[in-house]
Design a protein around this ligand. Structure first.
Ligand SMILES: Nc1ncnc2c1ncn2[C@@H]1O[C@H](COP(=O)(O)OP(=O)(O)O)[C@@H](O)[C@H]1O
Ligand SMILES: [Mg+2]
Length: 324
C-alpha cells in the first residue's frame, strides 16, 4: 500500500540554524494507520506536526527533503494551494480544546460553517450535517449542543466538539497533538476510543502525539519515539512494549504507571536527569548523559538509526544485527 503521507529527513532549527530543534525526521503514514509519536516535553513533537501542516513558527527554519501528501510535495506548493489542500485533507486536534473554539459563536455555527464554506452545503444542509456530526462524537443532545456556546461545555465535551470539527470533512490525515492530556483518565479513554472508531470508519490515518507511551498500547499500530528532536526508536505495537530496544524507550516505560487492568510493577523508576537544552546537544548520543547502559562510543558520535528488522529501528550503539 502506498503512503498517504511521507516526510523525508525533515530538519527544523532556530536562530539561523544554530539551534536544531528537530533533526532527520522521517515518517510515513499508510491509509487508515494510527501512528504514535511519543517523547518528553520539548522533544520536538509539536514543532514537527506544525511544520508538516505548514504552520511552523515564523522563526523556524525548515530544511531537509519533501513532505509528500499522496506523492505531491507540499513544500513546493504555493502557500494558498497548500492551505487549501491541508484544510481539506488534513485535520488537527490540539491539547487545549477551548483555544481551538471561537467563544462568540455557537458550537453549531462553528461546525456548520465548515460544511458551508468547505463542502459548499446550503445553510439548512450544513446545520443538519453539524448535528449529525455532534451525534457521531457522542454528544447526548446534538440539537441543543449545537445552540450552546463553548464555555458551557466541560473539557471532555469540548474535546469531542474539536474532534467533530477536525473530522467534519473526513480528512485523510488527522494529527492529534496531546488531545487528551488535559482530561481525566476516564474521559480520555472515551475520546481515544472515539478517535480510533472514527478513524477506522473514515479510513483516516492518524498521527497521535503524546508524552505517555502507554496510551498508545491499544491505539497505535506503530510508535515513533523522539528525544531531543531525533527519532531514537521506531517499532510496531505491541512489540515496543514487550521488547523496547532504546534505553530511553525502556525508561519511558518504567517511569509510567501501567493501567489499572495490568499488574502493578514492583516500583516505578523515573529517568534520572533532564534532556539537554536546545542548542546544547552533546556531540554523541543525546541520551548518553542520562543513560545507564552508555559506553565509550556513545560520547563520541551520534548513533545512526539501525534497522533491527521486523519494523523496528533504533538509534543506539548497543545494537548490531539482532534476530527477532
Ligand atoms: N517559536 C519558537 N522559538 C524558539 N524555540 C522554539 C519555538 N517553538 C518551539 N521551540 C523549541 O523547540 C523545541 C521543541 O518544542 P516542541 O515541538 O513544542 O516540543 P514538544 O511538543 O515535544 O513538547 C523546544 O526546545 C522548544 O523550546
Ligand atoms: Mg507539544
Amino acid at each position: 500500500m502506498s503512503a498517504v503521507l511521507e516526510i523525508n529527513n525533515m530538519a527544523i532549527s532556530f536562530d539561523r540554524g544554530t539551534k536544531p530543534a528537530v533533526r532527520d525526521f522521517s515518517l510515513s503514514l499508510e491509509p487508515g494507520e494510527i501512528v504514535g509519536l511519543v517523547g518528553e516535553s520539548g522533544s520536538g513533537k509539536s514543532l514537527s506536526a506544525l511544520s508538516l501542516m505548514g504552520l511552523a513558527p515564523a522563526a523556524a527554519r525548515l530544511d531537509g527533503g519533501g513532505i509528500l501528501f499522496k506523492g505531491q510535495n507540499l513544500r513546493e506548493m504555493p502557500a494558498a494551494e497548500r492551505r487549501r489542500l491541508c484544510g481539506r485533507h488534513l485535520g488537527m486536534v490540539f491539547q487545549e480544546p477551548l483555544t481551538a473554539l471561537n467563544p462568540v459563536l455557537t458550537i453549531g455555527e462553528q461546525l456548520a460553517e465548515i460544511y458551508r464554506l468547505r463542502a459548499g452545503q446550503s445553510r439548512r444542509q450544513a446545520q443538519a450535517s453539524a448535528e449529525a456530526m455532534l451525534a457521531k462524537v457522542g454528544l447526548p443532545n446534538p440539537a441543543q449542543a449545537a445552540q450552546s456556546y463553548p464555555h458551557r461545555f466541560s473539557g471532555g465535551m469540548r474535546q469531542r466538539v474539536v474532534l467533530a470539527i477536525a473530522l467534519a470533512l473526513s480528512p485523510e490525515i488527522l494529527i492529534a497533538d496531546e488531545p487528551t492530556t488535559a482530561l481525566d483518565p476516564t474521559i480520555a479513554a472515551q475520546i481515544l476510543g472515539l478517535l480510533s472508531q472514527l478513524a477506522s470508519e473514515n479510513n483516516s490515518s492518524v498521527l497521535f502525539i503524546t508524552h505517555n507511551l502507554r496510551l498508545l498500547k491499544g491505539l497505535a499500530r506503530r510508535v515513533l519515539v523522539m528525544y531531543t528532536g531525533l527519532i531514537v526508536e521506531e517499532a510496531p505495537v505491541p512489540g515496543i512494549f514487550d521488547q523496547p530496544a532504546h534505553p530511553y524507550t525502556k525508561g519511558l516505560l518504567t517511569a509510567l504507571p501501567p493501567p489499572l487492568s495490568e499488574p502493578a510493577p514492583k516500583r516505578l523508576t523515573a529517568i534520572s536527569g533532564a534532556p539537554p537544552v536546545l542548542g546544547h546537544w552533546p556531540p554523541g548520543c543525546p541520551f548518553e548523559p542520562r543513560c545507564r547502559e552508555a559506553f565509550a562510543p556513545c560520547r563520541e558520535s551520534l548513533p545512526p538509526l539501525t534497522d533491527l528488522g521486523c519494523g523496528q529501528k533504533v538509534r543506539c550503539f548497543l545494537y548490531g544485527d539482532r534476530p527477532c
